[in-house]
Write a protein that binds this ligand. Sequence first.
Ligand code: MLT
Length: 265
Amino acid sequence: MQAQLDGGRLSWSEAGGQSENVLLLVHGFPFNSAMWAPQLEDPPPRWRVIAPDLRGFGASEPSSDPQTMDGYAEDLATLLKHLRVREAVLCGLSMGGYVIFAFLRRYLRMARGLVLCDTRAEADTPEARAGRKQMALSARQQGTFAVVEIMLPRLLAQRSMRTPVETRLRQIMEASPPESVVSALRAMATRPDSTPLLRHLGVLPTQIIVGADDALTPPGEARLLARAIPGSFLEVIPDAGHVPNLEQPRAFNTVLHRFLDGMLV
Ligand code: MLT
């Protein structure tokens, strides 16, 4: 689905039909909403699932302004308002989590709950920022392909390598235009530290999920989040790396559905 909104065309996928219970799935970098296919194909009962393409990814038009996490978050709020959704459970993977933290700083009242997957609250370290700069240079000079070559070996658990999951993930990543990849890298490198926000999130039911073999945001990061967000639950998915929703969709969906079911009773 697509709509012409402030800042250009935004696209999203939907599943589950009409319901007041809305789950918003926010993809990571450099993916698009297609990374949520296993969740869109098996939507939680009684929930409407909305999976947007962030600006410049999938079928969403890039922004003409320099991209920021606040900009991505603003788009999500605009989309929810366009769809007349007053509040949603926000589920973000990795960069999707960074976008959700920016959203919460502005629109806490629109959040009904949180699912934070393979993400972290801290800002980039100087080394991480330097790495992003280098990656942006590769994307500019050689295209997105170069970024895929750098990232893919670290994204998946051993068990998911050389499987259809790897092929699919590669296709999704390679579909991202280099300009959008560069913009997102800049946005991630300049994002603020969200740690001070975490202690205020106890008001929201929160599920944290991480792949046991995630090399990019290891389970230790998820434990830090779980300790900092009062009342949150943590689930570690075995045999999964940075994208447990794709690598172990059944285990991931079981955790997601259980959490969402619990919000309905
Ligand atoms: C992602 O999956 O969104 C990225 O790995 C996040 C990051 O590079 O920090």
